[in-house]
Design a protein around this ligand. Structure first.
Ligand SMILES: [Zn+2]
Length: 412
């Protein structure tokens, strides 16, 4: 009994581990695969800069440490906007702002409009033939689009903190891909021109939202097989106790939701490369070979061909070809490319946007997701006010020494 009481006391004193987005590992892997899905006219240029692109794809999360405006660009808490949020929320920024105010939108997240802004900036970079800006903005676009594929980026209960599942965010998008990447099939589809990027971004977000119910429910299901002592690991550093899901729990949870995580991770690269391609075409389809000071030689071309073959056979992890698993090589222009400046607030669209479309059906795998989230939030002891107090936590970036044993350079 005494032991039980002490354990509960420890739980009350815990410092939860929160996460700002896909882990660095997943972000970098998504960036690398995006390059493989590009058309030939773009692929040589992106392959030449793949190391930089992969490294820079995680910079927006690092920027959260220094920029208070950064955090809300990575998510949108749709459940804040009622029972039918995708029907209620105007897709275009100016209409959404008119309905909810810019302050409210920034408080609950702006990821769809951030993606549009970065895409437009990338289009301009192509028009200017600005290599450094093309690479930097492609990496930024990669990051924010990838975040939109994560279910927990669409809810106020982003870390399971309202349903006694704190740490779920890092588990889903960090620990699972890091431990099970070799089992994911990542053979994404080729890039395609996107006629209506904003509509497609909202579709991605709605699909993500539809997966929320399973994300929480499967955790509860797996929890029944564990005791608190086996479910969690604890680390004690600097007088603080941190709690995180154990490897055994992660592996059991992977059996339940690994297909979903792999599915979202496989879908993201195609949409990312499609938006790169759209920006390139809208930017006048500049000849990217002319932007390379040295033309690709046989070794470089063979290397790309070899990687494409291995990727199609799903062998990148096994053959140690995932850059996210390797130490990043220093590059001559690293400092120039790394100067990722803080972005301005979302661009106000000047075109007359369409009326909000009726919400498409939620993914068949989880038609009840939104209700599930809401029900869970309602049963929580905390009031709505308490929930709003929780939200700013998302703006506090997780520290890198979270004891996850993630690959070198991984920072949650
Ligand atoms: Zn992020």
């Amino acid at each position: 009994m005494k032991k039980h009481f002490l354990f509960l006391l420890c739980l009350a004193l815990l410092v939860p581990i929160t996460s700002p987005g896909w882990g660095i590992f997943a972000h970098r892997t998504i960036a690398q695969i995006s390059v493989y899905t590009l058309p030939a006219a773009m692929q040589g240029f992106y392959f030449r800069h793949m190391q930089d692109l992969v490294r820079l794809s995680s910079v927006p999360d690092e920027r959260r440490d220094v920029s208070p405006k950064e955090a809300s660009k990575h998510y949108i808490d749709m459940d804040h906007f009622g029972d039918n949020p995708f029907g209620a929320m105007p897709k275009a920024w100016d209409k959404a702002e008119a309905k909810y105010t810019a302050d409210t939108l920034r408080k609950y997240g702006t990821v769809p409009w951030t993606i549009m802004e970065v895409k437009d900036n990338l289009t301009e970079a192509f028009k200017q033939r600005d290599t450094l800006a093309i690479i930097r903005l492609s990496a930024e676009l990669c990051h924010y689009v990838a975040d939109a594929y994560v279910p927990l980026h669409t809810t106020e209960n982003y870390d399971g903190q309202l349903t006694n599942q704190t740490g779920l965010h890092a588990l889903w998008e960090g620990k699972l891909p890091e431990r099970h990447i070799a089992e994911y099939k990542l053979d994404a589809e080729p890039a395609k021109y996107v006629k209506d990027p904003l509509a497609d971004i909202w579709k991605v977000l709605q699909e993500s939202y539809g997966f929320l119910g399973e994300t929480y429910d499967r955790e509860e299901k797996v929890t029944r097989q564990f005791t608190p002592e086996t479910k969690y690991n604890f680390s004690h550093k600097y007088g603080k106790t941190r709690r995180f899901y154990s490897d055994a729990f992660a592996d059991a949870y992977h059996k339940e939701v690994g297909g979903m995580v792999a599915f979202r991770m496989k879908q993201a690269p195609t949409f990312i490369s499609s938006l790169w391609m759209t920006a390139w075409k809208d930017g006048g389809s500049p000849n990217l070979n002319e932007l390379m000071t040295k033309k690709p030689g046989k070794i470089e071309k063979d290397s790309l061909d070899n990687q494409l073959k291995i990727w199609k056979k799903n062998g990148l992890a096994e053959q140690q070809l995932l850059l996210a698993m390797q130490k990043q090589a220093a590059t001559v222009q690293a400092d120039q490319i790394n100067a990722a400046t803080d972005m301005a607030p979302p661009v106000l669209e000047t075109t007359s946007p369409a009326e909000p479309a009726p919400a498409p059906a939620a993914p068949a795998s989880n038609p009840k997701a939104p209700e599930k989230v809401k029900a869970k939030v309602k049963t929580e002891a905390g009031s709505t006010k308490a929930k709003e107090k929780e939200a700013p936590k998302k703006k506090q970036p997780a520290k890198k020494d979270d004891g996850w044993g993630a690959p070198a350079g991984s920072g949650w």
